[in-house]
Design a protein around this ligand. Structure first.
Ligand code: DAH
Length: 339
């Protein structure tokens, strides 16, 4: 009897079905009312009690095998069938491809460019690898001038006259050298400084430089232009405040604050409870700089300004960590899709 059970187990293991019907036959053969298992369970009653344990275990094993086999075969066939039945709808539209979006720095750069374009400013660019003259000397920063230390510079080892530009003011110089007054231009670009990377500073960042040269350009023109920019960019209720400052290439020089666009001047942690946040540096172009660049300082005057695009973007979108702009984490970038 035990041998008979073993044979059945082997048969079950080897069994292969070719249709749902044959699985049903197999099920009835083993598990049906008049099936093999029922017969064996009937026979089990008449077995001497000392053999019952061994026989009972073998019988249970056979039952489980048969049940499992039926289950596996049924599952296999229904899956196959459902695959076959799945109709292909050729009119269905494809899965939508995720659309990319502009980088927040590009969005802000373009917004700034647009505002100044409407005032008649053209766009100019210059090289990221600069020489000492365009980055420093022409801008009234002769060698050994202490103000060179305001910006920690990456020099190129093989040729110390070459460096990674520390500001886009170098483009003013190039533009004045190559164009006649009147001049109205803005110069967006990447700049480099040897700074430790933190939430507020990076060794690579972006600036936009502005330059306006004509006869009789005054500080009032500068102030009005910057007020117009601030109100266009941050909202018409925005106020500006000019604080006296020092830059070697402008005289007089100022730093410009806007009324905090987050707390509306009431005081918050962004404006450090002062109600004002700094956005740029500016001033009247120093006559020495005009002369260095071939523009007659007796006939012409002008103003210049420079702002950090990261800083403006952080203020506009309340981004608290500058490093996010360079990590390219899609979860960050996606938030500017509709900006
Ligand atoms: N070049 C300055 C900087 O990187 C910013 C700046 C200040 C630019 C005053 C100007 C200016 O054109 O007039 O910090």
């Amino acid at each position: 009897m035990l041998k008979q059970i073993e044979k059945h187990i082997l048969k079950i293991e080897k069994y292969k079905a070719d249709s749902i019907e044959s699985i049903e036959h197999f099920r009835i053969e083993y598990l049906g009312k008049k099936g093999v298992l029922n017969d064996l369970f009937l026979a089990f009653k008449n077995i001497p009690s000392e053999e019952k344990k061994e026989f009972g275990q073998a019988l249970n094993k056979l039952k489980i095998k048969a049940q499992e086999k039926v289950e596996i075969l049924q599952k296999h066939f229904t899956e196959k069938k459902s695959l076959k039945n799945r109709e292909i709808d050729l009119t269905m539209s494809a899965e939508p491809l995720p659309l990319g979006s502009r980088h927040p720095l590009s969005i802000v750069k373009n917004d700034i460019i647009e505002i100044f374009s409407r005032l008649g400013f053209t766009i100019s660019e210059g090289p990221e690898i600069e020489d000492d003259w365009h980055n420093f000397s022409a801008l009234n920063l002769p060698e050994e001038h202490p103000a060179r230390d305001m910006q920690d510079t990456f020099f190129i080892q093989r040729n110390p006259d070459t460096l990674l530009r520390t500001h886009t003011s170098s483009v003013q110089v190039r533009f004045m050298e190559n164009n006649k007054a009147p001049i109205r231009t803005i110069s967006p670009g990447r700049v480099f400084r040897n700074e430790a990377i933190s939430a507020r500073a990076h060794c690579i960042f972006h600036q936009i430089e502005g330059l306006y040269i004509d006869e009789n350009v005054s500080f009032a023109d500068l102030k009005q232009t910057l007020l117009h920019f601030a109100q266009e960019f941050f909202g018409e209720e925005t106020k500006i405040r000019l604080r006296p400052s020092y830059f070697p290439f402008t005289e007089p020089s100022a730093e410009v604050d806007i009324s905090c666009n987050i707390c509306k001047g009431k005081g918050c942690n962004i404006c450090k409870y002062s109600g004002w946040v700094e956005i740029l540096g500016c001033g009247m172009v120093d006559p020495n700089v005009l002369d260095n660049c071939g523009i007659d300082s007796k006939k012409y005057s002008g103003f210049a300004f420079g702002m950090g695009i990261e800083r403006i973007t952080m203020l506009k979108y309340q981004v608290k960590d500058l490093r996010l702009f360079f990590e390219n984490d899609i979860r960050f970038l996606e938030q500017f899709k509709h900006a």
